[in-house]
Design a protein around this ligand. Structure first.
Ligand code: SAM
Length: 410
């Protein structure tokens, strides 16, 4: 439900921990005071995340985070945006809740992950399509993938890749093909028998061929055959298991109207000015994540040049560079946000909890024209190691999300 600033502040106060020291504090930014709330605004257990989110992506956030802000600050039919959408957590959650969706990410793989999880197929359509897919058991990749795959598995992957490439080039790739592409991209490598590869690192961190050879030697393993079609079916069933008919309907409706772009968040001319009710996002952090190196095999499968990913993604080594980048991002966010609209900007704790990026983001947001409304720190009160959150937990930044909440005055 959407509320004004006062209503939102009252709500956040009621959610913070009344008897914990420092749970509600006043902080000063650019000569203005604003509250900082510490509380358990959402938890993993509170409401189980929907199965459709179960796609691995580096540095993704939990669906409970965008859900909290979407429910608090928007109504069905409002537009929700994420300029750094990654696997599309905000977009999928917004669509499930009947909101319109705008999503952007400089990494072209983002679109591969997001689009088919809006235009969801029926499981029977996936099954039928997979059954009809031709496999050439003599097919080999143009690069050596023998350290990851059994030759028969490799032939199935290469055949699927050729099929998808042809369909895409002929303009025939439909929602079922895109779904299969998305699931296969996520099954390429991983650390269990549910993946196409021999045992390796988790799926969003594909290792290099030479590193994989080392892993194989160390573990004394050789790739066994994996039935790729069966694994795609299994993962499809898992992703769709929670999806009720009305949710499938909501996702498909959002898919028809969605704006999904693969650009630098600083220049998104496809998004009309004053059109966004709420942005929920987490930007690339200071700590450098090599998305393109992690994704080389996923890029190969999807015919995306990994150098393209490398050049598109912003890596900032210093706080100064990060600040300059954010100034331009906020300029664009101000343009696309409608008067009365909100921005919930999640900034992680980086470098061992010594840099709090909200201190950097708040002045930038204010100078871009936004009103700073609050800082929220979501913590889980009880963890396995400590009964209450204490200094140590605070410093380590475990189970914590730090969110800056801003509003464009109406
Ligand atoms: C912390 S991740 C966001 C993850 C997302 N919240 C999710 O749940 O998957 C940051 C994202 O920013 C993207 N990115 C980096 N530089 C960018 C830029 N200049 N413009 C748009 N996206 C960028 C990266 O590709 C990455 O997906």
């Amino acid at each position: 439900m959407s509320r004004g600033v006062e209503g939102v502040l009252r709500f956040l106060e009621s959610y913070s921990w009344p008897h914990s020291p420092g749970a509600v504090e006043e902080i000063e930014v650019e000569g203005k005071k604003l509250p900082r709330f510490v509380g358990e605004f959402w938890t993993a257990k509170q409401r189980q995340a929907h199965s459709i989110h179960e796609i691995s992506y580096r540095a993704c956030f939990k669906p409970q985070l965008p859900r909290f802000f979407i429910e608090l600050l928007t109504e069905p039919g409002d537009t929700v945006y994420d300029p750094f959408c990654g696997r599309g957590t905000t977009a999928v959650e917004a669509a499930l809740l009947g909101r319109r969706v705008i999503a952007n990410d400089a990494n072209p793989l983002s679109r591969v992950f997001l689009t088919p999880r809006l235009a969801v197929p029926e499981i029977s359509e996936v099954e039928r399509r997979l059954k009809g897919l031709p496999v050439d058991y003599g097919a080999r990749a143009e690069l050596d993938l023998s350290m990851f795959y059994h030759p028969r598995t490799e032939a199935e992957i290469v055949s699927l890749r050729s099929y998808l490439r042809d369909r895409s080039r002929q303009g025939l790739e439909d929602h079922v093909d895109s779904w299969i592409r998305m699931v296969a991209t996520n099954r390429l490598t991983g650390h269990s028998r549910g993946f196409f590869s021999v045992y390796t690192l988790p799926p969003n961190q594909a290792v290099s061929p030479s590193k994989q050879r080392e892993i194989n030697e160390k573990l004394g393993q050789v790739p066994e055959y994996r039935d790729t079609k069966a694994l795609i079916m299994r993962k499809s069933r898992q992703l769709l298991r929670d999806l009720r008919p009305e949710e499938a309907e909501a996702l498909r409706k959002a898919a028809k109207e969605a704006i999904i772009i693969s650009k630098d968040a600083r220049e998104t001319s496809e998004i009309p000015s004053d059109s966004v009710h709420l942005t929920v996002t987490s930007p690339p952090f200071l700590d450098v994540v090599q998305y393109h190196e992690d994704n080389w095999l996923r890029c190969w499968f999807n015919d995306i040049e990994k150098e393209l990913v490398a050049s598109a993604i912003t890596l900032t080594g210093s706080l100064l560079e990060w600040r300059r980048f954010m100034e331009e991002v906020f300029g664009e966010l101000y343009r696309v946000t409608r008067p009365g609209g909100w921005v919930a900007f999640e900034v992680g704790e980086v470098r061992g909890g010594k840099v709090f990026l909200e201190d950097t983001v708040l002045p930038i947001g204010i100078r871009s024209g936004f009103r700073a409304v609050a800082v929220l720190i979501n913590r889980q009160r009880f963890t396995k190691t400590s009964r209450i959150w204490g200094v140590e937990n605070q410093l380590k930044g475990t189970n914590t999300n730090r969110i800056v909440l801003l509003r464009k005055e109406g």
